[in-house]
Design a protein around this ligand. Structure first.
Ligand code: SF4
Length: 501
């Protein structure tokens, strides 16, 4: 079992942050783009919004334009039930135009729970001596990947690491390469992981370039909280993570490194949820302004969950109710209309099903967050190995069936980054509502693969009905691509795998 001494940890921590990769992005007064007081003022000024103004803002969302912070503040302050329902319907309509009825599925794979930080809300925090520390070896990563790809049929992972010298950039590279190398036989073809997204600590430009070379999908870093004082309070003053600006500008560095597919997020429950939504929208706008209109490809909005031996994870004054949680999903959908939105298995099945009708686009399934738990256990949670506790234990098979019942097709598509549909290109397609032209067809192809290779009889029966409806609609929606798509579909039925447009 590899280890690092405290001295090695400290020396490593001192080598990570590069001040020149923060300062170049700050404004002329040396400030970052989150102005706490202005956000609080904007929220106060927006109280009791005029319905006419709200409807004008909804028109702007329908036109797929990112909202100004003042406009987001106005939506956040709506309390009238009828207006809230108009907002929900508009958000869902936007989602269906941009993403159609697809829900992309994925699984998290925790690679290492060693961490030098002390986030009060996290089970992995350094002081938690009851946490069983694990860094997966190549052999263990192969076993995990075989289960994820060969048992559940996943094609897309988000790999997760604590911040520690044992999970440095060398380990990130090695572990991702190991995942990509695994190939598993299935009923009719073979399965493998085709897209690895990364959720890790902020990296410098040189390290991000290395991840790009390995074949990174989306690079995800959550700010956790945009409120400066709260950030300091929950991350301590001396930890590596305590540098707010190093984290905030991580996505600027990603773009500098030509990693142009990025995901941002907040851990809701650390501070006032309306403030955090304003922070997310401000971040999206800042990225668009700085990087040729390229905003976040995804936004995540996990809520604080109980975590083992983590005092800051207990529900406090900023706990977000289900009602507010669903409202914030709607407001985010309306404020950043083009973005993908991820709702994870932290949430219960009923909340996630409702979130689908609010415009989310991605969900995980068959989720296990204990290290090594995909290949060693399938039926329970082990709090000494995981970061927090889960709310939705549905398998991929159950999720696919539930979504099909609701009229949604589960997509296992991973074509985007492999075919160069990232950055400006994906943003243009999403804003013009043309992304679905390709992605719906790829969703059908990958759904066909998954039904043939992995579905239970009940799910297959339900999936067949859905896929027949989708095939009939595809003929009219994308006539120019139809010949090629039909050819790919037939080949997929006959066992060819990983065909995409
Ligand atoms: S939230 Fe991340 S950085 Fe903080 S203790 Fe947990 S793993 Fe480490």
């Amino acid at each position: 079992m590899p280890t690092a001494t405290r001295q090695q940890e400290l020396e490593w921590a001192q080598s990570i942050i590069r001040p020149e990769e923060i300062e170049k992005y700050l404004d002329s007064s040396g400030r970052d783009f989150i102005d706490d007081e202005r956000i609080i003022r904007q929220l106060a000024d927006a109280r009791n919004p005029d319905p006419q103004r709200v409807r004008a803002i909804l028109d702007k969302s329908r036109a797929m334009q990112t909202l100004e912070p003042e406009e987001t503040a106005t939506l956040l302050q709506v309390e009238d039930p009828d207006l809230l329902e108009e907002m929900r319907c508009t958000g869902l309509d936007i989602k269906l135009r941009a993403y159609d009825n697809r829900i992309v599925t994925f699984a998290p794979l925790y690679m290492s729970n060693h961490c030098i930080n002390s986030c009060t809300y996290c089970g992995f925090r350094r002081e938690n001596e009851e946490m069983h520390r694990v860094r997966l070896s190549p052999k263990e990563i192969r076993a995990e990947t075989r289960s994820l790809a060969g048992t559940f049929g996943h094609k897309r992972l988000i790999v997760v690491y604590g911040e520690h010298p044992l999970s440095d950039i060398d380990y990130l590279e090695e572990s991702i390469n190991t995942v990509y190398d695994v190939r598993v036989p299935t009923r009719k073809g073979h399965a493998n992981i085709r897209r690895v997204n990364v959720n890790a600590a902020p990296l410098d430009v040189a390290s991000l370039r290395r991840l790009k070379q390995v074949g990174l999908g989306t690079f995800q870093v959550f700010q956790e909280t945009y409120h400066h004082d709260t950030y300091r309070r929950v991350h301590g003053r001396k930890s590596l993570k305590s540098d707010y600006a190093w984290r905030l500008y991580c996505m600027h560095r990603a773009q500098d490194a030509e990693v142009d597919d990025v995901g941002i997020g907040v851990l809701f429950g650390l501070y006032d949820w309306k403030f955090e939504v304003m922070g997310l929208v401000s971040h999206a706008r800042e990225l668009e302004k700085t990087w040729r209109g390229i905003g976040p490809h995804t936004i995540s909005f996990p809520r604080l969950e109980v975590a083992h031996n983590a005092p800051g994870a207990r529900g406090g004054r900023y706990a977000v109710s289900d009602e507010d949680f669903l409202k914030l999903i709607t407001v985010l959908r309306l404020s950043v209309p083009y973005t993908g939105m991820i709702c994870t298995a932290r949430e219960t099945a009923s909340v996630r099903n409702e979130a689908v009708n609010r415009g989310i686009t991605q969900m995980d399934a068959s989720t296990r967050i204990g290290l090594g738990s995909y290949s060693t256990r399938y039926d329970d949670q082990e709090e000494e190995r995981q970061q927090f506790m889960l709310g939705d234990a549905r398998s991929v098979d159950e999720l696919v069936r539930d979504l099909a019942r609701m009229g949604y097709i589960t997509s296992f598509c991973t074509a985007g980054y492999r075919i160069g549909r990232t950055g400006e290109r994906i943003m243009r397609l999403l804003r013009s509502c043309h992304e679905g032209d390709f992605c719906k067809l790829n969703a059908i192809l990958t759904f066909r693969e998954w039904l043939d290779d992995f579905a239970s009889p009940a799910t297959k029966a339900m999936g067949e009905e859905l896929i027949q409806r989708e095939l009939a609609a595809a003929r009219f929606r994308t006539p120019k691509l139809h010949q090629k798509f039909s050819d790919y579909y037939e080949r997929t039925i006959n066992g060819t795998r990983d065909l995409y447009l």
